[in-house]
Design a protein around this ligand. Structure first.
Ligand code: UDP
Length: 246
């Protein structure tokens, strides 16, 4: 029997988890949680729990894989077998391979790859508990883990999904909305609003797509604020220190 809810949005405009259509789930981040990694971040977003670890830049072996003029950024997304209701078979799957590829590419415009020719930066994103939106949660954690590792970047990357349920656009889909909704559109963008990842499942009209992208941009701006606060609380605010020194 399907556990599809009859309605996703009630007469008050509230979703099954009590959020408004344009509200993201509560997010909590902690940087520097792993002592062996060069950079790390633990992130909770609603019921998602994700750990990101960055190793490098370090020498890449075998050498034939080295890029002579830039660093290679490798991104590995993995769902722990215990992270979902039905146990996931350990090891790579088509889904995780695809998510790893597109998520790694989402960082290409921001990571200043020219600084470490021939080296590699490994980003591992481990989903410990999954509840819809894990690829976006992983990207949000990975950008902070990269910053924690001191990787030179032009800015941060923030990610969020928008979708459609009951004919209405909703920001940051929860599990029933993701499973039974009419569309799911995960997006990642730089802090300047340049889209670096866009995937889509389901159907949206061109007008809905345009409106959805506006919604997701606002969601990413809120996430960017959370990411900035995490950075400031770990490393302090350089502007303030500069002012004090004057
Ligand atoms: N999911 C699952 N088993 C899987 C893949 C996904 O139970 O093998 C669940 C998990 O909760 C995930 C959600 O379905 O967060 C949505 O998966 P999707 O492929 O849309 O990716 P996500 O939204 O997590 O980026």
């Amino acid at each position: 029997m399907s556990d599809k809810p009859e309605r996703f949005i009630d007469d008050e405009g509230l979703r099954l988890d009590g959020r408004r259509v344009d509200e993201i789930r509560p997010m909590k981040v902690e940087m520097g949680v792993l002592s062996r990694a060069d950079g790390s971040c633990y992130l909770e977003w609603g019921n998602n729990k994700v750990l990101a670890a960055v190793y490098g830049p370090r020498e890449l072996h075998p050498r034939r894989m080295q890029k002579p003029n830039e660093v290679l950024v490798r991104y590995k997304y993995n769902m722990a077998s215990f992270s979902v209701e039905d146990r996931i078979r350990p090891g790579p799957s088509r889904r995780s391979t695809e998510i790893s590829k597109v998520s790694g590419e989402a960082f290409e415009p921001v990571v200043m790859t020219q600084y470490y020719p021939g080296a590699v930066i490994d980003v591992f994103a481990e989903v410990l508990q999954a509840d819809a939106g894990t690829r976006t949660a992983a990207i949000n954690a990975a950008t902070l883990a990269l910053a924690d590792a001191g990787i030179p970047m032009k800015g941060l990357v923030s990610a969020c999904a928008v979708g459609k349920v009951d004919g209405q656009l909703v920001l940051d889909l929860n599990k029933p909305e993701d499973n039974y909704g009419q569309a799911d559109l995960p997006v990642a963008m730089t802090q300047d609003g340049e889209i670096t990842l866009l995937q889509m499942d389901g159907h949206l009209t061109p007008e809905e797509l345009e409106e959805g992208l506006e919604m997701v941009k606002k969601g990413c701006q809120q996430i960017l604020e959370i990411q900035r606060e995490a950075l400031v609380s770990r490393y302090g605010n350089e502007d303030e220190e500069g002012e004090e020194a004057e």
